[in-house]
Design a protein. Structure first.
Length: 342
């Protein structure tokens, strides 16, 4: 029995052959389907992990999703905000594994960096399509790192965007952002955060702000109909959006328990929250009633999204005949004799 391995080169070839837009469109569509179907009956506990690195500024987490009778996906992810500056590595590095639910056998292994970035952008697109005005034309990005690229890409696929306003405390990130999203064909302008707030129909906060150092969005000049995708809060004590904005907005989460523990919603109590994203996908009228007011999507990223992203990659790999099939596990012909080497 063999395990499918999708290497960096395999995924690059898939994206090159299918195109970035096809990859993102498929991810948005499949996430929307999964949310409407309440995760297909799967079980997604909140992620767990431990602090690591200098002064406990980094974390290692594991994120499982269980589809009973079918499969289990587990993503292991390292969040290290010092990586880009110190090692020229992504802030988020991870890998994904899939297991057969009946036998426990390892079915597949692949990178978790690109799927995480793409599925996070796709989830924001699903939420924004429900809560933002359909004619939204100005996107504001607070933070101009890697995740800002896939946020801009995903939202450009579902809205008639004309301009992107970007703000980052790192001038180098601001200066290179336009080149990194040149493929979108949109005007990009670096602006102060107050100017961004005053003009953007949709705002995404995508920063590596330290625990206790937020918020990064003042929230004083937001348009009355603004929709905010709050992406960066993923640790206890870390948040990007001020409490007064959350209190005045309709707030939906991707994973309620996880968001209350370590998302923007840790500033709130459960009764402050509206229906979660899966409930809104199942009944879009619940979301449409809030489009003319301030709305927030508290996106902590959860393992159902990783499971769907893995599905998409495996489907595309199968279509293209891409992937290495290797025997990783020692599965002896005599299951009772571990020394029975074939």
């Amino acid at each position: 029995m063999e395990t499918v391995i999708l290497t960096r080169q395999h995924i690059a070839k898939i994206v090159e052959e299918k195109g970035l837009d096809h990859f993102m469109d498929r991810m948005i569509a499949r996430l929307g389907e999964a949310f409407r179907a309440d995760g297909y009956g799967g079980i997604t506990p909140a992620r767990e992990g431990f602090l690591r690195g200098p002064a406990d500024t980094a974390i290692l987490e594991w994120m499982p999703h269980h589809r009973p009778g079918d499969s289990i996906t587990i993503k292991t992810v390292g969040y290290t905000p010092s990586n880009p500056a110190d090692f020229r590595l992504p802030t988020i590095i991870g890998s994904m594994t899939r297991y057969d639910d009946v036998t426990g056998r390892l079915l597949a292994v692949c990178d978790g960096i690109l799927p995480t970035a793409v599925r996070t952008g796709a989830a924001a697109a699903v939420a924004s399509r429900l809560l933002a005005r359909p004619d939204s034309r100005v996107l504001g990005l607070v933070g101009a790192g890697a995740q800002a690229v896939t946020q801009a890409h995903a939202l450009s696929r579902v809205f008639p965007l004309e301009r992107i306003l970007v703000h980052d405390i790192d001038p180098a990130h601001e200066q290179t952002f336009a080149e990194r999203v040149e493929f979108l064909g949109l005007d990009v302008e670096v602006v102060p955060v107050a100017e961004l707030e005053a003009a953007a129909d949709i705002i995404c906060t995508v920063t590596s702000v330290a625990v206790g150092a937020g918020p990064v969005l003042p929230g004083e000049r937001l348009l009355p109909h603004a929709h905010v995708n709050a992406i960066g809060a993923d640790l206890i004590g870390k948040f990007e959006v001020p409490l007064h904005v959350l209190k005045s907005a309709f707030v939906t989460t991707d994973h309620r328990g996880q968001a209350l523990r370590e998302g923007e919603s840790q500033q709130l109590v459960e009764s402050d929250l509206g229906p979660d994203l899966m409930a809104l996908c199942a009944d879009p009228a619940l979301a449409a009633a809030h489009r003319d007011g301030l709305t927030v999507f508290d996106s902590t990223g959860f393992a159902l999204e990783d499971h769907i992203a893995f599905d998409v990659l495996l489907e595309l790999a199968t279509d293209a005949g891409i992937g290495d099939y290797v025997r990783i596990e020692h599965l002896p012909e005599d299951a009772l004799n571990p020394y029975a080497f074939a």
